[in-house]
Write a protein that binds this ligand. Structure first.
Ligand code: 5RP
Length: 220
């Protein structure tokens, strides 16, 4: 079985009847959503909060009941993927462009479960370019500030035009070489005017599910 399927499906074991569940974005969480859809058909009852338009559409197709923020104080559990996971369970996220909504929902969750196939596990973050979401206004200026932090930003493109997030913003995918101080970098980036947020999810994951010898393992 492929590793994304193993970890994606395993995470669904954390979901209990009656929970409000944050629904992450990406090809790993895809397997969580498929399994959740099957469990709902079998009688499980939950309400989901999607982290992207893509996930909302998939959830609707799978008849996963969705709930709005106005009706929620706290999210019981969120399952989401990652692009990199370091030894301290700090993450790079946002490869799929959903980092802002993902961080809002992860932050509001009592438990944040991350599903990561072994290719995502690293000693030090940074081989995967760090996504930074910026408002389009003055993006060239914002880019210059990112460069001052020793990042090499590249504007994400889609069909030859700037990629737009679900929030109508741009993403700079930034090469930082090794990210040895992820907490400092997260704060420094978010202090730049025009930056909405960045894909560093430091100290947020409660459990990371990955695979060893074909079996799911839990890191916490
Ligand atoms: C989307 C994300 C995804 O969780 C991350 O890119 C991992 O995706 P995949 O499971 O497809 O490898 O952060 O913004």
């Amino acid at each position: 079985m492929n590793a994304k399927k193993i970890v994606g499906e395993k995470a669904v074991d954390f979901i209990q009847d009656g929970m409000i569940v944050g629904l992450g974005t990406g090809s790993t969480v895809y397997y969580s959503l498929l399994k959740l859809g099957r469990q709902l058909e079998a009688g499980l009852s939950i309400q989901g909060i999607p982290t992207s338009v893509q996930t909302k559409e998939l959830a609707e197709k799978l008849r996963i009941p969705l709930i709005g923020f106005e009706d929620v104080n706290e999210i019981d559990l969120t399952i989401d993927g990652a692009d990199e996971v370091d030894r301290n369970l700090n993450l790079i996220k946002g490869g799929g462009g959903a980092l802002v909504r993902e961080k809002i929902i992860a932050k509001a969750s009592k438990r944040f479960i991350v599903v990561a196939d072994p290719s995502k596990m690293v000693n030090t973050l940074g081989a995967f370019p760090l996504p930074v979401e910026v408002v389009p206004f003055g993006a060239q200026l914002t880019e210059k500030h990112i460069k001052k932090l020793n990042g090499e930003p590249r504007l994400r493109q889609s069909n030859g035009t700037p990629y737009l997030t679900d929030n109508g913003n741009y993403i700079f995918d930034c090469t930082f070489l090794d990210i040895t101080k992820p907490f400092e970098l997260e704060i420094a980036l978010n202090s730049i005017p025009g930056v909405v947020d960045n894909g560093l999810f430091n100290g947020m994951a409660d459990v990371v599910i990955t695979v060893d010898n074909g079996e799911p393992i839990f890191l916490d």
